[in-house]
Design a protein around this ligand. Sequence first.
Ligand code: SF4
Ligand code: SF4
Length: 300
Amino acid sequence: MNDTTGPDNSGKEELEIFDAVRDLGSADNPVQPTRLNSEDSFCFSCHKGISCWNKCCTGADITLTPNDILRLCKHLDMSPTDFLREYTVPAFWEQAGLPIAKIKMSGADGKGPCPFVADEGCTVYENRPVTCRYYPLGLASVKPKGADVKEDFNFLVKEAHCKGHEESKELSVSAFKSEQGIEEYDLVNRGWIDILMKMASWKHLGGPNGKDVSPQTKQMFFMVSTDVDTLRKFVLETKFLESYEIDPEAVEIIKADDHALLQLGFDWMKNVMFNEPTISLKEEVLRSAMAKAREELGAT
Ligand code: SF4
Ligand code: SF4
């Protein structure tokens, strides 16, 4: 089996930043490099009446996670296909070289207001994307030298236009996350973030074990990330279930449960991209794939 861990960065700590900076066009570097642990506190408050109200919702760079799309589709009563067409632009998460969807900002240059912002604030507030919830925190993942497991931590993003940092309300990172309802998103999106971060850590070698993933795999990753309806059809109506060992009870669950379906999608992608044992091919499929590989190699 291939090595499924990320590459060793010559003894350096391996750090990946999951982008939470909403205005990437700002000239000043908005990231405060201080590592914040869950009990660390910072001063911040965002409320109607503040002089910068809604400023951060114009020309914003909002990556949509799988759970964002699920919740926004439900909020707007739209199918993922219609939602993607109407409100998103396809993009690449550069650090990982993988396709993602972002909110399509208005205006010919894509630097106008977010389609969901109104004078009173965010019109999809209760289902706003996790990037909007995290702000002004960023999320990073670090693998200390010699450690097997990565640790997540947060850092502060201070953009000049955001006056929320001048407010006196002080709260800990964990209190802020709970106030913003972030935990549920972190839980549902965990497998997806793992994939992005793992790909980012392989990037300088050109991909997992030095090989970029195929365009078809990138397309599949985009489907898993953005469209549960198509993913469900793919799992239930193609040869997927004939190829992989999936518990019949789990099959029943994914027919109606979007979160369970997403987890299966992430496990499948981890297997395809990194050869992780998150999902198993059926014995006969494995035997025939090995026979085909032997034939192609001219082995007897
Ligand atoms: S989704 Fe809401 S909070 Fe996020 S950028 Fe748009 S209007 Fe602002
Ligand atoms: S305080 Fe910051 S987050 Fe709140 S509206 Fe102003 S710019 Fe946006």
